[in-house]
Design a protein around this ligand. Structure first.
Ligand SMILES: Cc1cc2nc3c(=O)[nH]c(=O)nc-3n(C[C@H](O)[C@H](O)[C@H](O)COP(=O)(O)OP(=O)(O)OC[C@H]3O[C@@H](n4cnc5c(N)ncnc54)[C@H](O)[C@@H]3O)c2cc1C
Length: 592
């Protein structure tokens, strides 16, 4: 075992982690630990854009952006946080431009902007051009730009280091630490892929920037690595997760595959059609049609298919029509995603519409934080020195449904805030002691998995988990479907305890790490389903057919889910609530 000491340890080298590192590394001794080589992080797969009310091409302002974010999130957004994000968006884009990001330009040479779902002028009058972009490779450009800056600033990276535990001064798992008592972070434990060696990183501040958890579903736009590690590690240490029942299903995954075709396709004029060739979104959202928020479009698509107006031999998808756009325009603005359609479906988007169906895309929920990215351990107390930013966190700026292009924005705004706050905390706070035998639990779990004689196969448990989540906790949910999902997850949790890995070696044992990641997925699926069962209303991405309307009287609150010891052994999910922060906007009916 090796021990290291840094003022600040950042876990994750996606957009949020690297944006934090740029701030923190100039102020405090900083290390970035990442399970992937930095430029392989999922931020690099983001296509469509990053929004800010620059008003470069049309009248716009940050207040309209705040309103759209709150309404898009079906009023579950904390409005103070949304306001911070919309205001700081403008500097976030300019920061990236100064770092050298090659944004697309207007003929006058300003940063160009395009339309995206739910972003409107003057509180819903019409769609507005708010998203800044670099063709359909915006995330790739952001990730490369941030990485270049990190290299220039000599940030210390520990690549292919898997963080498997977070060390705290108190044991929060039983829920017995009193409110108000000061709890602090003291470091993390990591597993080095190349050697199988365990490393303890002592730190005054730890920033979680580990991204999303899309792999709890089978049909997903998310990379294989998005297994919700940071969320699960926090949960297992007694920290709550907020609003996990809200998962975003992106309307336009390639049918049958889930690979994403950016909403930019509709922003540039693409139209969704059913088997009658009808532009069906005119019926569901008469004002902004195909550019309604994702939850509404995904539900509309699933509904067309249910009512028999789906396309293809099994009538199980709809079509995204780009054939009326000029090929030159498609090549300039949507080169990558049209290539995906050719490569994966053999469809030529110039002349044929592309088969699409909703795909699991984004976790609105995550580790609860303040607007300075400080992690909350209940509704009010922060864990000293522990921060979270990006998709792993729930600030909450996305509420029940995130608007497209608000995540690349979120990672830049709150990544920056997390880096500044973590460095400040590390300069002011004293060192705290590591717990005795800090790596003990991780070593124990790794040895258990490695030494377990032939048992359950990781691939089988994972497939069954993803299948039940797709079948029972997707766009449409009912008490029956969710109860089925909960029964399945409960039995898979037991079967996970018996998984064994074939590779017993130490070097590059990805087999072992996939087993560890599966454990995270099982724990998180349980939280998603528990929250979804309890929320007997429909709001944003969470649609209950048995409770089809929003119920502000009973459910206008955040869900706070805790993993606690169960009386019968093992653990269970205990739910609590947190009020939503309202500033300017009172909930109203969500029409587009
Ligand atoms: C296909 C696709 C397209 C998208 N398009 C857009 C878009 O156009 N606009 C938009 O706003 N949003 C978009 N999104 C969403 C957005 O890209 C993501 O939400 C955002 O990039 C997440 O950034 P992040 O920094 O939080 O996490 P990530 O970029 O996912 O990075 C996570 C990091 O954490 C590290 N990590 C994870 N677990 C561990 C561990 N246990 N130990 C050590 N390191 C760990 C990984 O190595 C990685 O470096 C898209 C998402 C997808 C999947």
């Amino acid at each position: 075992m090796q021990t290291h000491q840094y003022d600040v340890v950042i876990v994750g080298a996606g957009g949020a982690g690297m944006r934090a590192a740029l701030e923190s590394s100039t102020r405090a001794r900083t290390a970035v630990l990442t399970k992937l080589y930095p430029t392989r992080s999922h931020t690099g797969a983001a296509q469509g854009g990053m929004c800010a009310a620059l008003a470069n091409v049309e009248e716009d302002n940050w207040e309209w952006h705040t309103f759209d974010t709150v309404k898009g999130g079906d009023y579950l957004v904390d409005q103070d946080a949304a306001e911070v994000m919309a205001k700081e968006a403008i500097d976030a884009v300019i920061d990236l431009e100064r770092m050298g990001l090659p944004f697309n330009r207007t003929p006058e040479g300003r940063i160009d902007q395009r339309r995206f779902g739910g972003h409107t002028r003057n509180h819903g009058e019409a769609a507005v051009r708010r998203s800044c972009y670099a063709a359909d490779r915006t995330g790739h450009m952001i990730l490369q730009t941030l990485y270049q800056q990190c290299v220039k600033q000599d940030v210390a990276f520990f690549n292919e280091f898997y963080v498997l535990d977070v060390l705290l001064t108190h044991d929060l798992t039983s829920g017995e630490v009193a409110d108000g008592e000061q709890v602090q972070v003291s470091g993390v434990v990591a597993y080095e892929l190349a050697t199988g060696e365990i490393h303890v990183f002592r730190a005054k501040s730890v920033v979680f920037a580990t991204g999303g958890a899309g792999k709890i579903y089978k049909t997903t736009s998310n990379a294989h690595t998005l297994t919700g590690d940071g969320m699960a590690l926090a949960l297992r240490r007694g920290i709550p997760l907020e609003d996990m029942e809200f998962f975003q299903f992106h309307p336009t995954g390639l049918a049958g595959l889930g690979i994403l075709l950016s909403e930019a396709a509709r922003g540039e004029g693409g139209i969704l059609r059913n088997s009658d060739g009808e532009r069906f979104m005119e019926r569901y959202a008469p004002t902004i049609k195909d550019l309604a928020p994702r939850d509404m479009v995904a539900r509309a698509m699933a509904n067309e298919v249910r009512e028999g107006r789906g396309c293809g031999p099994d009538k199980d998808y709809v079509l995204l029509d780009l054939t009326h756009l000029e090929p030159a325009h498609i090549d300039a603005k949507l080169p990558d995603i049209t290539e995906f359609a050719r490569t994966y479906l053999g469809v030529e988007p110039y002349t044929e519409p592309v088969p699409v169906y909703p795909t699991a895309h984004y976790a609105m929920g995550g580790i609860p934080t303040t607007i300075d990215a400080e992690v909350l351990r209940n509704n009010t107390d922060v864990v000293g020195g522990l921060f979270a930013a990006g998709e792993v966190a729930c600030v909450s700026v996305h509420g029940a449904n995130r608007l497209g292009t608000n995540s690349l924005l979120d990672i830049n705004v709150f990544g920056k805030r997390a880096g500044i706050a973590a460095a400040r905390y590390a300069t002011e706070a004293p060192w705290v002691d590591l717990p005795e035998d800090p790596a003990g639990p991780v070593v124990g779990e790794i040895e258990r998995l490695r030494d377990q004689a032939a048992g359950e196969r990781v691939a089988d448990v994972r497939r069954e988990l993803q299948e039940t989540m797709d079948a029972n906790a997707q766009v449409f949910r009912t008490a029956d479907s969710l109860t089925q999902a909960m029964d399945d997850v409960t039995s898979l949790k037991k079967r996970f305890a018996a998984v064994s890995v074939q590779d017993k070696g130490r070097r590059f044992n990805t087999d072992l790490l996939e087993a560890v990641e599966l454990g995270f997925l099982v724990d998180l699926a349980e939280v998603v389903v528990a929250g979804a069962l309890a929320r007997e209303e429909s709001r944003g991405g969470h649609f209950r057919e048995d409770f089809p309307t929003r119920d502000d009287e009973k459910f206008l609150h955040h869900t706070m889910a805790y993993q606690r010891p169960a009386a019968t052994g093992g653990t269970e999910i205990v739910l609590d609530h947190k009020p939503v922060t309202m500033t300017r906007y009172q909930p109203m009916e969500r029409k587009y």
